[in-house]
Write a protein that binds this ligand. Structure first.
Ligand code: ZN
Length: 323
């Protein structure tokens, strides 16, 4: 566990000269302690901030010269937004350059937005509390999370039939831990959806890599018979520059028909009093979603800052269908 996180941190260039702020929750959710022990193992200084009190999180980053942070992607966005409100530029006023983000699916577009707005390189990390916490991290190539072959054996299966899938085929990740003591974990079905790549990574490591998580077998939404993942919606929204990073998916049933409405905040710069601008943008967003999801979704554009912010995993889906 600590070893696995430490190897990941080393592979993205972190080490004894770094100060790592751990802004995952500490407690039975294993993100906090997992990142903490991993950071200690590489000899870094650890700031055990846990979640909450976001203004103080920003002050700690600035005052303690924090160079790396571990938290959920949605919490990182909240911290960045809070810094901006406090008049602190992460890029100019702090030493923060690396973020290790996990515990919920996020997209490549989100990575680019984080880099562009804060100068921070964001890396993906995978873990699950059942297997004792954070486990696998990307390397500097940012093209998949390395599975340490001596610590874990990973398979991807078809969740319906249980059959093993090949490289590049999306399915449910199944993990066998090879060095766990006392509690053996053999072919544990994680419920998480990914695909593996067994080609060697340009960084020189030959372990299997898993791609960004698309979601969970149980958070896949079925809208009028079409499979939709919240991560696909995020990806599409992030391609539209006028939209902010915060959104909510509301699903209802009118008669026998499922309806889906995406409520998304505008960027402060795109917020306009001109109704015709807003209507035009709304149409564009609806068109982009229809194209990528193959099912129509209504769009509600919101004032910046109107949706709830999250310190841990974001709750983005409200399903009112009641079955
Ligand atoms: Zn690599």
């Amino acid at each position: 566990w600590a070893e696995s996180v430490a190897r990941g941190m080393t592979s993205i260039g972190l080490g004894r000269h770094d100060t790592v702020q751990v802004s995952y929750g500490y407690g039975l959710f294993t993100g906090g302690l997992g990142a903490h022990y991993g950071s200690e193992r590489i000899g870094a200084t650890v700031v055990p901030a846990s979640t909450g009190n976001t203004e103080r999180q920003v002050e700690l980053i600035r005052d303690l010269n924090v160079s790396a942070i571990c938290c959920t992607p949605s919490y990182f966005l909240h911290i960045a937004e809070t810094a901006e409100k406090m008049g602190i530029s992460i890029e100019k006023d702090t030493k923060l350059r690396t973020a290790v983000l996990g515990a919920e699916p996020w997209s490549e577009k989100m990575r680019k937005r984080i880099k562009d707005s804060t100068g921070v390189n964001a890396y993906d990390i995978y873990g699950t509390s059942e297997l004792s916490g954070p486990l696998f991290t990307e390397c500097t190539e940012m093209n998949g999370m390395h599975i340490w072959g001596d610590l874990a054996y990973v398979e991807v299966i078809d969740p319906e039939t249980g059959e093993s899938l090949g490289p590049g085929e999306k399915g449910e990740m199944v993990i066998t831990m090879l060095q766990k003591e006392a509690l053996p974990i053999i072919r544990y079905r994680t419920g998480d959806i990914t695909a593996y790549d067994d080609s060697p990574c340009p960084c020189g490591r030959n372990h299997l890599r898993i791609e960004r998580l698309s979601g969970r077998v149980d958070d896949m939404l079925i809208i009028r018979g079409i499979n939709v993942f919240p991560s696909q919606i995020e990806y599409t929204l992030m391609t539209i520059p006028e939209l902010g990073e915060h959104f909510q998916i509301v699903i209802d049933r009118k008669g026998v028909l499922d309806t889906m409405v995406i409520r998304v905040e505008l960027k402060p710069s795109a917020f306009s009093d001109k109704l015709s601008d807003i209507m035009k943008l709304k149409k564009n967003v609806e068109y982009a979603l229809k194209n990528s999801l193959n099912v129509a979704a209504g769009v509600e554009l919101l004032e910046p800052g109107s949706l709830a912010r999250f310190e841990g995993k974001a709750k983005r889906v409200i399903d009112n269908r009641g079955d």
